[in-house]
Design a protein around this ligand. Structure first.
Ligand code: MG
Length: 700
């Protein structure tokens, strides 16, 4: 049996029709989430559903400030970010609200993936293959998850753009005409602009094309030309400069075809030099180090050793094979068939070899975490489509073959459809939380700071238009340290560190020295933060306040409090001295059996003895606190004391939660101010006290 399938010719009208069908299919699948969550009032703000990815608020902040025409110095608003620029531009031409625009952008833009896939199929005279691949790729688990409605992020073009590059390379390899070279540069340059992290993938494609030339067509000058135009596209230069270079080189080839051969290698060497001189392979090495070799990036400043955020964020360990397969193809069986089909397809259609870097990057996920599976999606979708066409070749009756293909395609799509139905992602914040942030925005000035954990940085900056200490992109150990310290230390330490960290952060932008903790210690002539705090208690000499500072304490931080603590509950001077972490347990799993209250994980309260049982161990309950709202929504605290030592049990009745903490957590600013609303009147003043999130203003 021949591996190449019989050629299919396709006129432009049918091509457009196929693209439209696949695009509408992809869009309608992305509308299922909207239909399911539309009725949930808590997911709406400003008459639109809110987005469901935290990072989206970063791009939204940038776009908002671009449209507004101003922003504050050092507010970290990404006004030059491509995603923000695209959003701002679209918002000027598309007559929908800003909220609606960012909600639907990922669905409408991410669904564009069907176009390059169908075009690649058509270029190979296999339009049906492209069409089936487009349907599957558009809703494969990992691709869907990162381009679903509301997943407003750079992912929406992170696969689409390089697939267009592949399409033009396939055309170039097949037809070997100079006219395909400029689109190669354009697509690479656009992708590099949109997603600078794509540099490693782009370089891998370049290497693949060079290898392709060396192995199969060593003497074919044209293939090297393709690599030259790829290099131009990925140079670390402004996009207009790359396009000018590409046009100049193209014109040279076009008007001086005789000199072409002679000067080509000179040009090639020149561009190669620029490549190594500008970006080079350092970024790729950095990428490999952080993701493949899992080397953690050092965040130490001076002699202080901070906790590395990568230690908590990275998806742990290897992922099970079934999860890996499902994320790429929807089901283990379709994934295995796709692998076979892919292997056969690259033999049958050699230009498809240039999809190898995608497959390789996708397969890195096996050892480096789920985020990479998305790259293998398009190539494996093509593999699966080829497999279907290949095994149904023998069916002679055309209608019978069409039905067979239809049935198998639907079968392959079905697990992906099921995944979409089950994947009911909530919005980042609820309307109630956003309403509090909205009110804060009206109280606070744009130069004021909100201190909280980094997870809430982007949404707070978007909804309240204030500054933040840390956010989804700025959360290395050294910048997380003060945030963690403020949230988990007693109020007096928290207040002093709040003022210090903000004033030092603002100063750090001006003098370009981001080691703020080191600077504080130097200025206050202290060896450790503890020493500095003791000195400040005796002689409060805080920097002069330049702005207001707010503390944002949300209920949702309760779940991650131990993680927050990790970043400041450590010995900065001696990284080997690892203190035992304080005790914290929170649960909503509560079962009253009469004599005991079962709290899950082998933890229970023995009511009569006022003792806490953890496994076989018994610990005295120091104090029992019941906190809840009364009819008038005023917080009430009832407390009972049982022992001088032991753990504190807090029953947050209105939230149906039990929290068990030692004295460290009990005295922390977060527990005292959020759970009990006990605040030091000399240090803080309450601004907004909503049950879901409480905001205090610093008075020192
Ligand atoms: Mg701002």
């Amino acid at each position: 049996m021949k591996l190449q399938l019989p050629n299919e010719s396709l006129n432009t009208k049918t091509l457009i029709l196929l693209i439209l069908i696949a695009y509408l299919f992809s869009l309608s699948m992305r509308y299922l989430w909207v239909m399911d969550v539309q009725g949930i009032e808590a997911f709406h703000w400003n008459n639109a559903l809110m987005i469901n990815t935290n990072d989206g608020y970063f791009f939204a902040e940038g776009a908002r400030d671009i449209l507004k025409g101003s922003h504050q110095a050092y507010d970290l608003s990404p006004i030059d970010n491509p995603a923000s620029l695209l959003t701002a531009w679209l918002s000027k031409i598309i007559p929908v609200s800003f909220e609606t625009l960012i909600l639907y952008m990922p669905a409408f833009i991410g669904s564009l993936i069907v176009i390059p896939l169908i075009l690649i199929g058509r270029a190979l005279n296999q339009s049906t293959m492209g069409f089936i691949a487009a349907l599957i790729a558009s809703i494969a688990h990992s691709y869907y998850n990162r381009t679903m409605t509301g997943y407003y992020d750079t992912d929406m073009l992170a696969i689409v753009l390089p697939l267009f590059s592949l399409y033009f390379i396939v055309l170039a390899l097949l037809h070997q005409r100079n006219r395909f070279l400029i689109p190669v540069t354009i697509t690479f340059a656009l992708y590099q602009w949109w997603y600078p992290q794509g540099y490693a993938l782009n370089t891998a494609i370049l290497v693949t094309v060079l290898l392709y030339a060396l192995i199969f067509e060593r003497k074919n000058h044209y293939i090297y030309k393709i690599s030259l135009f790829i290099i131009i596209g990925i140079l670390t230069l402004p996009i207009w400069m790359k396009l000018s270079i590409a046009l100049a080189v193209f014109a040279f080839f076009h008007f001086q075809p005789k000199l072409d051969q002679k000067w080509f290698w000179f040009l090639f060497a020149g561009m190669g030099t620029v490549y190594f001189a500008t970006g080079g392979i350092d970024p790729i090495w950095g990428f490999l180090k952080s993701y493949v070799l899992r080397e953690s990036v050092s965040t130490d400043t001076a002699e202080l050793h901070f906790y590395n955020v990568a230690q908590t964020v990275r998806e742990a360990g290897n992922i099970p094979f079934t999860v890996f397969a499902e994320r790429i193809s929807g089901h283990t069986i379709s994934f295995l068939l796709a692998c076979i089909g892919y292997a056969l397809a690259v033999f049958a259609y050699r230009p498809l070899l240039i999809t190898l870097p995608f497959v390789a990057l996708g397969f890195i996920a096996m050892s480096s975490g789920l985020r990479f599976t998305i790259y293998a999606v398009p190539a494996m979708a093509l593999g699966f489509a080829y497999f279907l066409l290949f095994i149904t070749q023998g069916i002679e009756k055309r209608w019978l073959r069409s039905i067979t293909l239809f049935v198998f395609t639907i079968t392959a799509l079905y697990p992906n459809y099921l995944h979409i139905r089950e994947y009911m992602t909530p919005t980042v914040f609820t309307a109630q939380e956003v309403s509090t942030l909205d009110k804060l925005g009206k109280i606070a000035s744009r130069e004021d700071y909100v201190i909280t954990w980094w997870d809430y940085g982007y949404p707070i900056r978007y909804y309240s238009d204030v500054k933040t200490l840390v956010d989804g992109g700025k959360h290395t150990g050294d910048v997380n340290y003060p945030a963690s310290y403020i949230l988990t230390q007693p109020q007096s330490n928290a207040a002093m560190m709040a003022r210090l960290s903000i004033e030092y952060t603002e100063k750090s932008f001006e003098n370009n020295n981001s080691a703020i903790i080191s600077s504080m210690l130097k200025d206050y002539k202290a060896d450790t933060v503890d020493d500095m705090m003791v000195a400040l208690q005796l002689n409060p000499a805080l920097p002069k306040p330049t702005r207001d500072i707010y503390l944002y304490l949300p209920l949702r931080m309760m779940e991650i409090l131990p993680t927050v603590t990790l970043f400041s509950y450590l010995d900065l001077q001696n990284p080997d001295n690892k203190p035992e972490q304080p005790f914290f347990y929170a649960t909503q799993q509560i079962q009253d059996t009469g004599k005991t209250i079962e709290l899950g994980n082998g933890i229970s309260i023995l009511k009569e003895k006022s003792i806490l049982k953890m496994g076989s161990q018994e610990t005295p309950i120091k104090g029992f606190y019941q906190v809840g709202y009364n009819k008038d929504n005023v917080l009430q605290v009832n407390e009972q004391h049982f022992a001088s030592e032991g753990l504190n049990v807090i029953y947050m009745a209105s939230y149906g939660r039990f929290v068990i903490v030692d004295d460290f957590y009990f005295n922390s600013a977060y527990i005292q101010m959020f759970v009990f609303e006990h605040y030091d009147k000399n240090l803080f003043e309450p601004v907004l006290l909503d049950p879901m999130s409480k905001i205090y203003k610093l008075k020192v």
